[in-house]
Write a protein that binds this ligand. Structure first.
Ligand code: ARG
Length: 577
């Protein structure tokens, strides 16, 4: 609708075409424009005079395009749209599946690096945000038309695998395969324990340490039996990650996995290219890339480590190979790294090095989509009581258990099976919503009780708002949803129409800022606006069938918008709770 107002202004003063007057939602009218204020200076006129002239010119468009125009303050234009225009907007959205949202990102190949857990280790609370935020951004940007490439940069390579494989070899009775384990025990938790045992043996027994080092060399040289065990470990770990992804409803698939090992064959070439270009230089036996402006807390320059003194490659070299591959081979236009804020320096160095190497030009946009830390009740990074990292599976179970109690309290007529299903949807949804609704770069406290509450800005509140509208719609005959644009709008209906109209702009903003909390905030306001509407305007018992048809149309569009919005957040929208 903002475009409608914008067009009316340009029609009124054609010499303004090309200038970009701002139109916003307003408390004083449907919309407010600062066109006169912005254009007074270049036009060498007083803002108030220009505003009156503009208002007079806009009067010509009443009543077809506009309902009212007035000047307020130093030269703002308050603009109200005719009721029929607003109703027709609702009808237009109801007619198509996209709810009025365009595809501004069409033609953009957008690569999103997210989740990236480490093989043979359990996913923990530290993987929650990257997984949830990354998945939400993939959904939103995809809906806005981008061609999304999801990439799971698994930590599947490194010297620790030599140690683990050697240990497994020497302890053939260790159970870690999913078919050897009791239900409810995951492969990665078994591997995690075996890895710890291997580490202890490595530290305690020099002979085992030597055999482990030899195993690393064998793995890197592609020794078939060693590689076979490594592959098995990777496959089993991925199976365990998949359980979490399925539970979270995360859209990553096995095809999206391109772990660190994938780039391993490219590393010598990367080093050679950077050395030949003089970008990587020898330093104390290692090869490094230095940056004039990047220093650590003690003031000494922090480099990217391209090759270690022992000749090995690490995380830095892999990320250099990765960025080149993503630009050159995958031909990404935009690359998003959804990774903890604590890696900001690493990515700044990787991006700068890629620019120097001319892999990364101005035609490609790279961004570190940083996020804050999940804190425990004590305000410190979330740990278990015994000081260990919190397993993601345990955290999800805790939320689902709390949700089951809350839902059972509210809906006592549910059978066990239905209660389980709803508790799962509400519990998982509440964890995701709590995360996404926090401004991305801030830390937040993991508080299960607050998360699963039916009151306040929570996932459960939104899911519940959606089910309430579904239940209204279920009680009306399908053909009763019929829109008559000639009916005049009640103020509460008007507020709801204008709120619904904000969906597309909200998504555009999320696509620009990569901040899902904007979508959460929008949906929460929409749900509250609906509640106000429903209190003021009876729907099923409306005064006549025209009013009822229009209100049902508003119910239907609100339900669809909430459903689509929740879907873009990756949250289920069940029909009943
Ligand atoms: N596996 C890494 C970690 O757990 C995250 C990888 C992020 N992606 C990247 N391209 N570096 O910290």
């Amino acid at each position: 609708m903002e475009d409608t107002v914008q067009a009316a202004i340009t029609r009124a003063l054609p010499e303004l075409a090309g200038a970009d007057p701002v139109v916003r939602r307003s408390e004083h009218a449907d919309f407010q424009s600062n066109a006169a204020l912005a254009l007074a200076k270049p036009a060498r006129r007083r803002p108030a005079d220009l505003a009156s002239a503009l208002a007079a010119a806009l009067q010509d468009q009443v009543p077809a395009a506009l309902a009212g125009v007035s000047v307020s303050g130093p030269g703002f234009l308050n603009i109200t749209l005719p009721d029929a225009v607003l109703w027709r907007q609702v009808a237009g959205r109801l007619a198509g599946p996209r709810l009025g949202v365009g595809t501004p990102h069409a033609g953009q190949r957008t690569l999103i690096d997210y989740s990236a857990p480490n093989i043979a280790k359990e996913m923990h609370v530290g993987h929650l945000r990257t997984t949830i935020i990354g998945d939400c951004l993939a959904r939103v940007l995809g809906f806005l038309g981008a061609e999304v490439i999801r990439q799971n940069h698994l930590g599947d390579w490194g010297t620790q695998f030599g140690m683990l494989i050697q240990y497994l070899d020497e302890h053939p009775d260790s159970a870690w395969h999913h078919d050897q384990l009791a239900a409810g025990t995951s492969t990665v938790s078994a591997l995690d324990a075996l890895y710890r045992a291997a580490r202890a043996a490595f530290d305690a027994d020099p002979a085992f340490a030597d055999r482990s080092r030899a195993r690393v060399v064998a793995l890197q040289a592609g020794d078939p039996p060693t590689v076979a065990v490594w592959r098995d470990i990777v496959a089993e770990s991925e199976l365990a990650f998949r359980e979490i992804y399925d539970r979270l409803g995360v859209q990553l698939t096995p095809e999206d996995s391109a772990g660190e090992s994938f780039y391993n064959p490219l590393l010598p070439g990367i080093v050679e290219e950077l050395t030949d270009a003089g970008i990587a230089v020898a330093s104390d036996g290692a090869l490094c890339v230095f940056f004039d402006d990047i220093a650590g807390p003690d003031g000494s320059l922090v480099p990217l480590m391209v090759r270690k003194r022992d000749g090995g490659y690490g995380y830095d070299t892999t990320d250099l190979a990765t960025i080149r591959y993503r630009i050159r081979d995958l031909k990404a236009d935009r690359i998003l790294y959804v990774v903890d804020a604590r890696q900001a320096l690493h990515f700044r160095m990787v991006f700068t090095a890629a620019r120097r190497a001319a892999w990364l030009g101005d035609d490609v946009q790279v961004e570190h989509v940083a996020f804050g830390t999940v804190l425990g009740p004590d305000g410190r990074p979330f740990k278990t009581r015994s000081g260990e990292t919190v397993k993601l599976m345990d955290l999800l179970n805790a939320a689902v258990d709390r949700a089951r109690a809350v839902v059972a309290d509210k809906a006592t007529d549910l059978g066990d099976e239905e209660l389980d299903r709803i508790a799962e949807q509400a519990g998982i949804g509440s964890v995701k919503y709590a995360d996404l609704s926090t401004s991305r770069t801030k830390d937040y406290m993991f508080d299960v009780d607050r998360m699963v509450s039916f009151a306040g800005n929570t996932g459960v509140y939104l899911q519940y708002a959606h089910t309430r509208i579904c239940s209204i719609l279920r009680k009306a005959p399908a053909d009763a949803v019929e829109l008559d644009p000639a009916v005049s709008l009640h103020p509460a209906e008007r507020a709801l129409v204008l709120a619904l109209d904000g969906f597309a702009d909200t998504l555009t903003e999320v696509g620009r800022t990569l901040e899902p909390h904007r979508l959460c905030g929008y949906l929460f306001t929409l749900a509250k606006t609906f509640t106000d509407f429903y209190e003021a305007c009876p729907v099923l018992t409306a005064e006549n069938s025209a009013a009822r048809g229009n209100r049902l149309a508003l119910c239907s569009l609100t339900a669809q918008t909430l459903r689509q919005g929740l879907n873009l957040l990756g949250i289920a929208a069940p029909e009943r709770l």
